[in-house]
Design a protein around this ligand. Structure first.
Ligand SMILES: *Cc1c(COP(=O)(O)O)cnc(C)c1O
Length: 391
């Protein structure tokens, strides 16, 4: 069998995995569900079953009519309850995923100058989007090396501060906090794409908490969801009045008007809406955000402790306070080829443990979102032990 799973381009470090003969892991050691990807991430079979059952009533029907609008309402209400949305904040939806929301923020939320934290791929990409906008001042970018975190600092003239809550490319998580001493009226934006629904948050500490549902919300992608404070909605309305050109697809005011009618500006992926709503209800029924946060911390802790004990592995993020409870990056000593390890796992049905492409390290990256069973994470550590002893 050929092992085509490794994401490294040919010749990249650790490319040796391709040529290896797969090692068969005994069935008793394998996790019940082998999906450990950081997005798309594991979708619970129960949610897929609910989608299948609803299929003929919902899929292929108008998103302007009650059956689909009821699902949008279920999702918006569920998110508001799960995240304990403060009075006056609103849950808004649109199409295009988190990357589309970056452009929404550029057009509709940044007035003149933003400060952005870039300590990995996703934070850096938002900073690039701001920098590319000809109608804005160049952003102030606060950088840190992968594996560390950059902090935002108050700066006169900055009207928008932005950071990821969880940098999915490196597995670094930071608390959601406003920037002390920022100008009055400055907005705080958090990219919570891989954090929302799994990490604790007090939404009063931010104005815009946005994410896409293919990570902790265990759904498919293609949608963005943003919780907006009154100040964020006010900012978007004022910018609209200045006459700035805003593409209709990226207009936050239009998204807000549609969301209030339980709709989206254009056609959403109906399956994504239903899967995200099902996951939100599941999280709430199990104990909400505190339950999800405990479960993710338990799963991630199994892996971090395994790496700390291992003579050939170590957590990539050296500061324990910054280690993500949902994205665990593990470095390996040179004698263990991590790409080969990921390829062997893949050949045994344990998938998407490859590291973030751009990082180029001898590393594995494992998602421990709420849908992932802690027992399956423990099984993964046994699979790693089994493979390392035989490679
Ligand atoms: C996955 C991810 C994105 C991109 O999400 P898309 O829906 O694919 O655009 C952005 N930010 C973070 C932090 C992510 O983890």
């Amino acid at each position: 069998m050929r092992l085509d799973g490794a994401v490294h381009p040919p010749g990249a470090p650790g490319d040796g995995g391709r040529a290896a003969t797969p090692i068969t892991i005994p069935a008793a050691l394998l996790p019940g569900d082998g999906r450990f990807g950081c997005g798309p991430a594991k979708v619970r079979p129960e949610a897929v079953a609910e989608l299948a059952a609803a299929g003929t009533r919902l899929l292929g029907t108008s998103h302007r009519q009650a059956p689909v609008r009821d699902q949008v309402a279920r999702l918006r209400r569920g998110i508001a309850a799960l995240l304990d949305v403060p009075d006056g904040y609103e849950v808004v939806l649109g199409n295009g995923g988190a990357a589309a929301f970056w452009e929404v923020a550029v057009f509709c939320l940044v007035r003149q100058r933003a400060q952005a934290a870039a300590f990995g791929e996703f934070g850096a990409r938002f900073a690039q989007s701001v920098g590319a906008a000809p109608f804005l001042d160049p952003p102030r970018v606060r950088e840190a090396d992968p594996g560390a975190a950059a902090t935002l600092v108050a700066e006169a003239g900055v009207d928008t501060y932005a950071t990821p809550q969880n940098e999915t490319s490196t597995g670094v998580a930071v608390p959601v906090r406003r920037v002390p001493g920022a100008d009055a009226g400055a907005l705080m934006l958090h990219d919570a794409t891989s954090a929302a629904g799994a990490l604790p948050v007090d939404l009063r500490e931010t104005d815009v908490y946005y994410f896409a549902p293919q990570k902790a919300f265990g759904a498919d992608g293609g949608l963005w969801i943003a919780v907006l404070s009154p100040a964020a909605r006010e900012r978007a309305a004022r910018i609209r009045e200045t006459g700035r050109y805003v593409p209709a697809f990226l207009d936050l005011g239009t998204a807000l008007e549609n969301s209030r009618r339980e709709q989206t500006y254009n056609t959403p992926a109906l399956a994504t809406v239903l899967l995200a709503a099902a996951q939100t209800d599941w999280l709430r029924a199990r104990g909400g955000l505190p339950w999800a946060a405990r479960r993710c911390a338990e799963s991630a802790g199994l892996l971090y402790r395994w790496a700390e004990r291992s003579p050939v592995a170590s957590p990539f993020v050296t500061d324990p306070a910054l280690r993500s409870p949902v994205v665990v990056a593990i470095d390996f000593a040179p004698e263990v080829d991590a790409a080969a390890l990921a390829a062997h796992l893949r050949a045994n049905g344990v998938v998407d443990t490859e590291p973030y492409r751009g990082l180029g390290r001898n590393q594995l990256r494992v998602a421990t979102f709420p849908a992932v069973e802690p027992a399956d994470v423990e099984a993964l550590t046994h699979c790693l032990d089994y493979l390392i002893a035989r490679m």
